[in-house]
Design a protein around this ligand. Structure first.
Ligand code: ARG
Ligand code: ZN
Length: 871
């Protein structure tokens, strides 16, 4: 963006950048030749940049924390008189139309703790350049709409035998002083955020894939030698993803090789650098002994996500960072659809919706609320959010559902045909989908630019004499400060009617439905209020709405509790049953309804579901989290009260099925590990049942937990048991914690779980969390370890929303402000609902946040803090 000319600074002198100020680049880059010379105490980066003028304007190169050694333009050494330089950029005055630069800079990856640009992590040097890390490697127009061809030469000591960059290896060889080099050439034009380099000593797992076009692709996963056996799950997932993208979207892979590198110090999950993905170890290593089933599932879906970016993100990239959800939303939708093929589609939808509601809805309800495509930001790193990713995915899903598979495919074919090799906008996607399918989808565009979660309200009325069922629906979205008055959005509402007497779904074809706009079970609510009349309805129906969570909205329909119990029993798919249960539970927990109807319904439904689909049964017992419940309470939030209500309900549910838990647990003995959804379901259900058995004080239940721990054949079993022991202060807890530590002290990802289970203890306290952070294995340079404490402690609002709890988080944000601001900002975001607290907590929270103000200075942390204080 036009960083040079927009003078608007906030009080910490950080600039706000606006979408409306976008201007195209004034120069293109025809090629870049990079030489990266790694030394123990510094790294030299030489670049040869060939640039050519596109429009009038300055020639601007971004650069941050770089020591400029020399710069020449078209063969002439430049002196400081020839350019303007500040901490963010270098501007060449009166640049010629053809400009060939030679630039040398010195950088310090060995002391780069921010994990952006090139940084050293243990014995490994890796890059993270999205969104703006490349400017910490060399001077470059570091913006996603400048694409170029990269040739990369890496030189390092031979103690680092692994030298990788994007593309094909063209040459390697020896250098004096026990050093060597490798030259890589990437034939595809790409923006700088997709550049990657890796220097280290890694082992490699190799495989291959033959594309639908018959080309052979070499697949390589690089990891520490001891971790190589844990790379097979990821390799299989990679091959499955490659096949899936061919089958479902017709998209083959384009290069000759695809490399994945595992690194333990990484701010996010993984990064889709062209042909050279870099992954957080937690998203690539998987082994039943150290990895729980959900974590293993996460590995597979992250592998898929990054692979799918090759088309949605890399070959077609974003014009500017405001368009981030163009690649992220669409790619999350694609990885969710892929994951659906690995377990039951219903459970996949449950898990995705459950996280959408507890994280994205919460974000959208508070001071950090923003549209999927924001129109301004201070620090783009702060916008890798649930709203951009997950609400972005829901928008893609709504359009895909409305079109149906065939037309959606025509639309995506058109998108790839038009824009391959380009940097584009959300409008370009919607144009392509519309033109390719022949269905105009432009009315969906406001979903990208309007913040907040719409609420759909409604009532239904059956007229027995007229044989009609009348559904009245309305929508509203809360207005947010600094945004225009919200407008009505197109909200696809999945709808079905069930016979109240028999429980059968009514067939609705041909009875004036088309006329009312209901097609394939979807009604698009696009006005503030609408009425649909279903005709020829001969018996009283129960309506089921928002089936399969057809839109990212809150639903407030005038159901009776009995209607919801009916849907829990009679809905035809697991997601809709789960959704009915959740609606009932919210009424109990937020509106004080009597739990009896829910308890009877779940007691009735559960045993049968458990026999046929244990995975679904484990999810049907989900009780909305305290964090989600908190997101629904806008004032006078009393964390202890919410906690207590939830505990009472859990206890009632546990007691209601007390004898069942005992039988169900005994019927699920530990068996040999198998990685499939049936066995995964049994393991998930066994852990849930164990938890309820302990809660119900079933005789011997804590001993079962100890035995399950001792006899476990996989981490899902061991950790499930340990959690019960630790969270219930069982006499055996300490010994098992010690055992766990001894067993896994050399396995970082397992040790993270050891920290997490203690930090997440609902009966724990801030003191305990602080002690964990003093432990000899606690490590401030590894985000996974930090999150294992801060993230899991945050699962307990009663502990977070105390003065000590809030101080704990602001101290961490302060510590990370310089060391790793991206992470510091994320951790501070955990406090975003402070202003909903009941007094005096609310005033105390404000005081604590205000005290942080003078103590932080990074753009990431300051932007988040300023937003929090605006609440
Ligand atoms: N594009 C990556 C993904 O979602 C995420 C990288 C985000 N990195 C960051 N520093 N914010 O696949
Ligand atoms: Zn992504």
């Amino acid at each position: 963006m036009n960083i040079a000319v927009n003078p608007e600074l906030n009080e910490n002198s950080h600039q706000t950048i606006y979408l409306k100020d976008y201007t195209p680049p004034s120069f293109e880059v025809l090629s870049i030749d990079l030489t990266i010379q790694v030394h123990d105490d510094h790294t030299l980066v030489h670049s040869k940049l060939v640039m050519q003028r596109l429009t009038s304007g300055d020639l601007t190169l971004c650069g941050r924390d770089l020591e400029l050694l020399n710069i020449s333009l078209n063969g002439n050494v430049l002196t400081p008189d020839d350019y303007n330089i500040d901490p963010e950029q270098l501007i060449i005055k009166n640049a010629p139309d053809q400009a060939e630069f030679s630039i040398s800079v010195k950088i310090h990856p060995e002391s780069n703790t921010q994990l952006e640009g090139l940084y050293q992590a243990g014995n490994l040097f890796v890059t993270q350049n999205e969104p703006e890390g490349f400017r910490k490697i060399t001077f470059f127009p570091d913006r996603p709409d400048v694409l170029t061809v990269f040739t990369t030469r890496i030189e390092a000591d031979k103690k680092y035998p692994t030298l990788l960059a994007n593309g094909n290896l063209v040459e390697k060889g020896d250098l004096p002083d026990n050093r060597h080099f490798a030259i890589w050439h990437d034939p595809t034009k790409k923006p700088s955020y997709l550049f990657a380099a890796v220097i280290g000593d890694l082992a490699v797992l190799k495989d291959s894939f033959i594309t639908m076009e018959g080309r052979k692709v070499a697949l390589e996963i690089y990891a520490l030698a001891q971790d190589l056996p844990k790379c097979h799950v990821a390799m299989q997932a990679l091959k499955d993803s490659m096949k899936w993208d061919e089958d479902v979207y017709g998209r083959p892979y384009d290069l000759d090789n695809y490399m994945i590198v595992a690194v333990s110090q990484f701010n996010m999950g993984a990064m889709e650098n062209k042909g050279l993905n870099i992954f957080n170890t937690v998203c690539v290593l998987a082994d039943p002994e150290i990895t729980t089933d959900p974590a293993m599932f996460y590995v597979k879906s992250t592998i898929a996500h990054e692979y799918f970016h090759n088309w949605t993100g890399n070959r077609i990239t974003c014009r500017d960072w405001f368009q981030l959800c163009l690649k992220e939303g669409f790619t999350v939708f694609r990885d969710q659809s892929f994951s659906e093929t690995l377990q039951s589609a219903a459970v996949q939808r449950i898990d995705d919706v459950s996280s959408l509601k507890s994280v994205q809805f919460a974000e959208d309800a508070g001071p950090l609320s923003h549209p999927p495509r924001p129109d301004h930001f201070v620090e783009i790193n702060n916008f890798y959010t649930a709203t951009v990713y997950d609400k972005g995915a829901e928008i893609a899903r709504m359009m895909a559902n409305l079109l149906g598979p065939e037309k959606f495919r025509q639309g995506t074919d058109e998108y790839f045909r038009r824009h391959d090799g380009q940097a584009v906008t959300v409008e370009d996607l919607v144009d392509s989908l519309s033109d390719g399918s022949g269905v105009d989808l432009h009315h969906f565009l406001p979903w990208y630019s309007q913040p907040g979660t719409p609420c759909v309200k409604g009532t239904g009325h059956y007229d027995a004499s007229a044989k009609t069922y009348t559904l009245k629906l309305s929508q509203s979205t809360a207005k947010r400060p600094n945004y225009p008055e919200p407008q009505a959005l197109p909200i696809p509402v999945g709808v079905a009617l069930f016979d109240k007497n028999t429980g059968e779904q009514l067939q609705l074809q041909g009875n004036a439905l088309q006329q009312n706009g209901v097609k394939d079970g979807l009604f698009v609510l696009d006005q503030a209020e609408q009425t649909i009349v279903f005709e020829q309805i001969h018996t009283e129906p129960v309506v089921s709405l928002l089936r399969n969570f057809s839109a990212p909205v809150l639903l407030d329909f005038a159901y009776s509790d009995e209607d919801l119990a009916f849907l829990l029993a009679n809905e035809t798919n697991g997601f809709n049953q789960w959704q009915a249960a959740q609606m009932l539970l919210e009424r109990i927990l937020l509106q004080g309804h009597d739990p009896a109807v829910y308890l009877d319904a779940i007691a009735q439904a559960l045993p049968q579901v458990a026999d046929t689909d244990a995975l679904l049964a484990s999810r049907l017992l989900d009780i909305p989290s305290e964090s989600y419940l908190a997101s629904r309470i806008d004032q006078n939030f009393n964390p202890a009260e919410v906690h207590e209500k939830r505990e009472v309900l859990l206890k009632a549910l546990a007691d209601k099925l007390k004898t069942y838990w005992a039988q169900a647990y005994q019927a699920l003995p530990i068996v040999a590990f198998e990685d499939n959804s049936v066995e995964m379901g049994k393991r998930a259900y066994r852990n849930v049942v164990l938890g309820f058995a302990v809660r119900a004080n079933v005789e011997g239940a804590l001993d079962w937990a100890s035995q399950q721990y001792d006899n476990a054949v996989c981490m899902t079993e061991r950790l499930g048991a340990l959690r019960q022991l630790v969270w219930n202060n069982a006499p055996d807890a300490q010994a098992r914690l010690e055992d766990f530590y001894k067993r896994f002290k050399h396995e970082d990802l397992a040790l993270d779980q050891w920290f997490a289970v203690q930090a997440g203890n609902p009966k724990g306290n801030v003191q305990l969390a602080r002690q964990l952070m003093q432990h000899q294995d606690f490590d401030w340079s590894t985000p996974n370890r930090i999150r294992s404490v801060t993230g899991h402690f945050a699962g307990n609002p009663i502990l977070v929303w105390t003065q000590e709890g809030m101080q704990f988080y602001t101290e961490i944000a302060k510590r990370l402000d310089q060391q790793n601001p991206v992470l510091g900002s994320r951790i501070l975001q955990l406090l975003s609902r402070w202003y909903t607290l009941a007094e005096p907590m609310r005033s105390e929270a404000r005081t604590i946040l205000q005290a942080l103000k003078g103590q932080v200075s990074s753009s990431s942390v300051c932007e988040t803090l300023n937003n929090l204080l605006k609440a």
